[in-house]
Design a binder for this molecule. Structure first.
Ligand code: NIG
Ligand code: FE
Length: 414
């Protein structure tokens, strides 16, 4: 693969200090590794070098891309999404405007169960088409890597179908995709016994997922009315036996002691965390479990925002993600999510930016190659129509990237 030089960059954000130290906490402005009036060279899809001023003469003559004084950053990484589904729940959004809560709508058969019904009716081909259209939206906003969950099938066969849809997209799309089997998302109506459903997912589904390498992680919704700590433990133990990693939806509406559960089972992340106690946060900090805060969901469903300060001050790493799904959050622009994380979770600019790049890469265990533009990292980068990062954050990422590069290839030319 040929070499490319990106020249005339207004500001280049590399995050090299974090990548060099593999550090996820105590993030300050210096850690952004910003270079003004910069250049960057790429070789075989990876960052080779960067610097300030004119492109050094040794690179003269190679193919160049003129960034026209724009901002260049690593591609954004969305470490929590639910993109495989059919059906439309915009009516639920309006019901919430009229005063219903997410939980009340779910109790009346809406919510996850509504999407599940529509998803079960859709063919695999249709789900591939629908998921591709979601992925296109992510790419247009500069998201170059995602974590994607199943969870709207909730039978052995249909969960496998959803995971196969994701495997297909992984082959087809330039986006970097990591898959999670969200088997314990809700209890389907046809199961009179919740225990029977959990056993089926644990003993039948997980071994197939592991054998066919259909997912890297499992996930469960730890919440009142969904799954309790005691109920998810055998599922998590089985996942561990099968060498599947663990991520969890915790403490979204109520404190379910999700932080300590996630930490004691070696979860790579615990997500939502709106009601996680300090005790839970300390347990997560100790085991290095990353908190994935989802401010889009708080805004969309009118629930409290997680207090990021409680996490950062206790040395628990913080990532931000969209939680993109048909019901509780339809925001997918991570630029907007970063600004929400700054305004409502209380992150600084540097923390919010690292939360959608380097820390998000760590939340997917890909931070040895993605989430930074340090030399040797994949050349996944964006050319954003802003003079610098403060201007981007202040604008909530409303202007889409002019170009999106993944592994050195321009994948989206507008
Ligand atoms: O992360 N909290 C559980 N699951 C999703 C919502 C799924 C849905 O409403 O369809 C979430 O918010
Ligand atoms: Fe979610």
């Amino acid at each position: 693969m040929s070499k490319i030089a990106v020249t005339n960059i207004g500001q280049l954000v590399t995050l090299t200090p974090l990548a060099d130290e593999k550090r996820l906490t105590n993030i300050s402005r210096e850690d952004l590794g910003c270079i003004d009036s910069a250049w960057m060279t790429i070789s075989a899809g990876k960052v080779e070098a960067s610097g300030t001023g004119e492109l050094p003469s040794q690179y003269k003559g190679i193919e160049t891309y003129d960034a026209q004084q724009n901002l260049v950053t690593p591609g954004f990484i969305d470490c929590h999404t639910h993109p495989v589904f059919a059906g439309n729940r915009s009516q639920e959004f309006c019901q919430r405007l009229d005063g219903s809560t997410y939980q009340e709508i779910a109790e009346k058969g809406g919510g996850i169960k509504f999407t599940r019904r529509a998803t079960l009716e859709a063919s695999k081909e249709r789900l591939i088409k629908l998921t591709e259209s979601q992925i296109d939206k992510f790419l247009k906003c500069g998201t170059t890597a995602i974590e994607a969950k199943s969870g709207y099938g909730l039978t052995v066969d249909s969960e496998i179908k959803l995971l196969e849809v994701l495997a297909h997209i992984k082959q087809l799309s330039p986006i970097h995709l990591e898959t999670t089997c969200l088997a314990l998302h809700a209890v389907p109506d046809e199961f009179t016994s919740k225990q029977q459903f959990i056993t089926e997912m644990t003993d039948k589904l997980l071994p197939i997922v592991a054998k066919r390498k259909l997912a890297k992680w499992v996930d469960a919704f730890l919440e009142k009315g969904y799954f309790s700590k005691v109920e998810v433990i055998p599922f998590l133990r089985k996942a561990k036996q099968l060498n599947l990693g663990i991520r969890l939806h915790i403490d979204e509406f109520t404190d379910q002691e999700g932080g300590t559960l996630a930490a004691s089972h070696g979860a790579i992340t615990a997500d939502h965390c709106e009601h996680t106690s300090v005790e839970g946060i300390l347990a997560m900090a100790k085991t290095g479990t990353i908190s994935v805060l989802l401010p889009g969901t708080s805004l969309y469903t009118k629930i409290p925002f997680a207090n990021a300060k409680l996490f950062t001050e206790n040395n628990c790493p913080v990532a931000l993600a969209s939680d993109y799904n048909p019901g509780s959050c339809r925001f997918y622009n991570l630029g907007f999510i970063a600004t929400l994380g700054a305004l409502h979770n209380g992150l600084s600019m540097a923390e919010a930016f690292a939360a959608i790049t380097y820390v998000a890469a760590a939340a997917l265990d890909i931070h040895h190659k993605k989430g930074s533009l340090a030399p040797g990292f994949d050349a996944d980068f964006l050319v954003l129509p802003y003079p610098n990062l403060s201007d981007w954050l202040a604008d909530a990422g409303q202007q889409l990237p002019k170009e999106v590069f993944i592994e050195g290839k321009n994948i989206y030319l507008r």
